[in-house]
Design a protein around this ligand. Structure first.
Ligand code: 13P
Length: 287
């Protein structure tokens, strides 16, 4: 069932668990995540970056594929289709394409501009029934081989954005996209507590879910995180299983080169990764 992310995140925050956002890249990814959510009776958010949207030929293709798949696979658990780290233009395109949720990432703008643009999108999303995620304090990650440490958001700026009426807020707390470097100091719970103190009941979003130790995930949830984004971990699992299949020479045996066979172990590996995350986040059985 395609829904926006409002209710599922409110329930998660109240019930002290988190809903996973798993990013999709193609049909196999989408199918694996939807089937796992249904099997685990868990709500789920499908994340689509602007790059992945372009790769899949455009946001309309993605939205229509997800909607058709929900219908044809009889997916009854709540599913949101969500733009990840959107630009203002990207947000507009996804609203038009039929997404149920968007993230506007204005974290690289001066705070006044982030507030102005987020405010406009709050209005549009309210009119059209979409949920909206905003970001304060940019999330670190690898760019051109250099791993930037995640910023820690200013709690007062978080309050200014939360008060605009967004549905969920991504605040940088030292988290990073991709693999964490050896010398990563861990999440800043001090920042998370300070943000939570200012924004109250607003569901908080933890980006960079790949590789965060389990105890930190649990503590983050206890401090108000209600949505956790995972992308790289599914990619690593998919690549690992696919490499093993090819290294074992299975693509050369019989019709093992058939893409439906070649991509099957990777698809199963995504399912397993998503299942383990849903268990850790506590969303199993919460649909
Ligand atoms: P990872 O790729 O580190 O799991 O982060 C995903 C994410 O935060 C998407 O916005």
């Amino acid at each position: 069932m395609l829904v926006n992310a409002k209710d599922m995140l409110q329930k998660a925050r109240e019930g002290k668990y988190a809903v996973g956002q798993f990013n999709i890249n193609n049909l196999e990814w989408t199918k694996a995540i939807l089937l796992t959510a249904q099997e685990q009776n868990s709500p789920v958010i499908l994340g689509v970056s602007e790059g992945a949207g372009k790769y899949m030929t455009g946001f309309k293709t993605v939205a229509d594929m997800v909607k058709a798949m929900i219908e044809e696979l009889n997916i009854t658990v709540p599913v949101a289709i969500h733009l990840d780290h959107g630009t203002y233009d990207g947000c507009m395109k996804c609203i038009k394409a039929g997404f149920s949720s968007i993230m506007f990432d204005g974290s690289h703008y001066p705070i006044e501009e982030n507030i102005e643009k987020t405010k406009e999108l709050v209005k549009i999303c309210a009119e059209k029934g979409l949920s909206l995620e905003a970001e304060v304090g940019s999330i670190g990650g690898e760019e051109d081989g250099v791993v930037g440490m995640g910023e820690c958001a200013d709690p007062d700026e978080c309050k200014s954005i939360a008060d605009l009426g967004v549905d969920m807020l991504a605040a940088g707390i030292g988290n990073i996209h991709g693999k964490y470097p050896e010398n990563w100091p861990g999440l800043s719970f001090e920042t998370l507590e300070a943000v939570k103190g200012k924004v109250g009941d607003m569901p908080l979003v933890l980006h960079g879910g790949t590789g965060i130790p389990e105890d930190m995930i649990k503590k983050a949830i206890s401090l108000g995180v209600a949505k956790i984004n995972v992308n790289t971990e599914c990619q690593l699992a998919f690549a690992d299983a696919t490499r093993k299949y090819i290294e074992a020479g299975k693509d050369l045996a019989g019709k093992g080169f058939d893409p439906r066979k070649l991509l099957a172990p990777g698809t199963e590996a995504i399912k397993e990764t998503v299942k383990v995350k849903m268990e850790l986040f506590g969303s199993v059985g919460k649909a």
